[in-house]
Design a protein around this ligand. Structure first.
Ligand code: HEC
Length: 112
């Protein structure tokens, strides 16, 4: 593959990603927020009860690979059955978008 083709395909892959960012937010609000919270910090009843990790922590963001997040979303968590498999309910594109969405829960620099 030439560099030019590489750049072009990268552009083509990224363009729809940008326009789907909003869809991911809607998906998150609909399917994930109840447990993980609107900001991924899991300040919810379920979050507290199940000790769901705070996705906005820098250490968490660093420790978890995209592949791992994608795997947990698709197949559920092996540690906790409350985190269900979503592969029958979401398309691969939607799951990828959710991984990218989770990456936006970066720690706020000024967070207390
Ligand atoms: C019924 C509550 C519930 C809902 C709804 C839910 N989760 Fe979870 N999720 C959990 C729990 C509990 C864990 C912790 C599992 C563990 O300890 O490994 C978890 C873990 C995760 C993890 C892995 C975290 C880690 O540190 O390994 C990801 C990624 C994740 N959830 C994404 C999602 C996404 C995306 C959705 C929406 C499509 C969603 N979850 C919906 C309860 C939920």
């Amino acid at each position: 593959m030439t560099t030019r083709w590489f750049l072009l395909s990268t552009l083509l892959l990224c363009a729809p990603a940008a326009s789907h960012a909003e869809d991911a937010a809607v998906l998150w609000d609909k399917s994930c927020k109840n447990c993980h919270g609107p900001d991924g910090r899991a300040q919810t009843r379920m979050g507290q009860k199940e000790s769901i990790p705070d996705m906005s922590r820098a250490a968490w963001q660093k420790a978890e690979s995209d592949a791992h997040l994608r795997d947990v979303i698709a197949n559920g968590s092996s540690h906790n059955p409350k985190m269900k498999a979503y592969k029958d309910r979401l398309s691969p594109e939607q799951m990828d978008a959710l991984v990218r969405y989770i990456r936006t829960f970066k720690p706020q620099e000024k967070a207390p």
